[in-house]
Design a protein around this ligand. Sequence first.
Ligand code: GZL
Length: 353
Amino acid sequence: MPKRTTSATVAGLLLLTLGGCAKSVGDGAAAPASAGQQVQATTGGESLCTPKAYGGGVPTVDLKGVTVGFAQSEKEANPFRITETRSVKDEAAKRGIKLITTNAQSDLNKEIADIQGMIAQGAKVLIISPLNSEGLDPALKAAQDAKVPIMTIDRLLTTKKACTDYIGWIGSDFVKQGARAADAMIKATGDKGDVAILLGASGVNVTVDRTKGFKDRLAAKNSGLKVVAEQTGDFTREKGRAVTEQLISANPGINAIYAENDEMALGAVAALKAAGRKPGDVKIVTIDGTRGAVQGIVDGWVAAVIESNPRFGPLAFQALEDFYAGKGVPAKTIISDKEYTAENAEAELPNAY
Ligand code: GZL
């Protein structure tokens, strides 16, 4: 049964963090702009999605007068998920919007059931963080039949159409994250050695893109680094540790690990510690920007962290407001992501999540 998070009436501050600056309406200090997501680019051409254009037309509603459902994908063991859900809940509360939330516990069938359940419970609008890039069809159909529009965040529904199956998508440029990770790995290793890749979960565009971005960049720079092993750690710390234990015993010459998320990177650190390795023996570059990984830079275990900012609340609700106001929503809104290095990690730790 979806969990009801009824937001309190909002008094005072409505904080909009858009396009790289934080504007506060009313009193109260604005959050640091770097904490909120900043729009880097939008794509999808001239056609912006409105209720009239969406999937044959849906009713225009007042967001403050309906229930909005948020479907979270993975277990909230990962700070990325904890921060993402917090951001959606906080923004709903700031805007005085009634929100119900579910968590699929990393199970696709449960995410389908969760979405169908929220529609049955009366949600008139949905924000969905998809677990996989495909496979949500029964849920998308239920939403279509009920004329409940969906805003997607984070992972992309690669075989579905904006303004038909969902309003639009907000997320990072995952290919670029992979390329930036390659640049950081080249710098950390002096561009030589054997790299192992801890791949993200399969069936997710994030994994495909972060891998492509990394490998293409190494090739484009004619890097001296060689990818000698790649195995999925399912984006989890336990699996990241188990896979790293196997990789370093099968390939003792590995001097670099590219982890496609921080949870797997921290699992790798645990494996290296257990194997008696010292900080810096193996250069680790990872993606997310969690407190643990950025602290890992300070402690010498991690070389660099490329941010993947999960604070989708403000942009997701702004998109829904633009949708119903008839202003329209672009097919893709790409956010910008910071980078943590030995030079800035200590100072930037408060921005990590
Ligand atoms: C990226 C997101 C990824 C995170 C991981 O936007 O989908 O999923 O990088 C999470 O931490 O598992």
